[in-house]
Design a protein around this ligand. Structure first.
Ligand SMILES: *C/C=C(C)/C=C/C=C(C)/C=C/C1=C(C)CCCC1(C)C
Length: 240
């Protein structure tokens, strides 16, 4: 019993039933841990050429699981979670870019493609952080716009740029995995600007009446995108 209680302590105090943010941090932590276990344990059952992709899937959800524990505790203590949130993203989003690269490497993707994706995603996140933290003048709307431009560049690269052409030339399971990952970026990643608009002040404040708290939206976005990305890669890795 005592051991059990120690384990529960490790997992943190349970959130109050009406604390939607706390509950989604709690569930998010568990979901990310479970997904990590799944990806790591399936490493040896996939073809060797997809092993790095699966490993990266597991790293993405594992890094998120650790940050979710910190965010869950920070939230429970009434502290701000923004730094944990953006440290998590600055590590995991470039790894999601690595997934695009690894999948299309066999079709001719180069580290130059990877670099463009990583640089664009870093700009997207750093400007988003500046907007949320209010570091510089200009307001959240302006920094959100810069962030959005970097986001559109990523969408352009994967959906219409060279990576799209490489995916088309690869065909088969690789092409369909690439297409599904593109959908995650176009639809799943679009959840984040909605959270940003809900959590910051700007011309878009009418949105506050329609969407719940920013953290809840970010948590939903993370669960869909991080675990979803991994599952697309897993699906490719086990396809014949
Ligand atoms: C696992 C975490 C992921 C996939 C995080 C993705 C985050 C974004 C796509 C954030 C995008 C933003 C904009 C496009 C504009 C407003 C500021 C951001 C950073 C929320």
């Amino acid at each position: 019993m005592e051991n059990f209680l120690n384990v529960m302590y490790f997992f943190g105090d349970t959130p109050a039933a009406d604390d939607l943010v706390g509950i989604t941090f709690w569930i998010g932590t568990m979901a990310m841990m479970a997904a990590s276990a799944f990806f790591f344990l399936s490493l040896n059952s996939v073809d060797a050429k997809w092993r790095n992709s699966i490993l990266v899937s597991g790293l993405i959800t594992f890094i998120a699981a650790v940050h979710y524990m910190y965010m869950r505790d920070a939230h429970a203590a009434g502290d701000n979670t923004i730094v944990f949130r953006y440290v998590d993203w600055i590590l995991t989003v470039p790894l999601m870019c690595v997934e695009f690269y690894l999948i299309l490497k066999g079709a001719g993707a180069t580290t130059k493609h990877l670099k463009h994706l990583v640089v664009a995603s870093t700009i997207m996140l750093v400007t988003g952080f500046i907007g949320e933290a209010g570091t510089f003048a200009g307001g959240a709307a302006l920094w959100g716009l810069f962030s959005g431009l970097a986001y559109f560049y990523i969408v352009y690269m994967i959906k219409f740029g060279e990576l799209a052409k490489l995916a088309a030339s690869a065909g088969g399971a690789v092409e369909s995995a690439h297409k599904t990952l593109c959908l995650f970026v176009i639809i799943g990643w679009a959840i984040y600007p909605i959270g940003y608009m809900a959590g910051t002040d700007g011309w878009y404040d009418v949105i506050d009446a329609f969407v719940p708290n920013m953290e809840v939206i970010y948590n939903i976005g993370d669960a869909i995108n991080k675990i979803g990305f991994g599952l697309v890669v897993y699906n490719l890795a086990v396809s014949k």
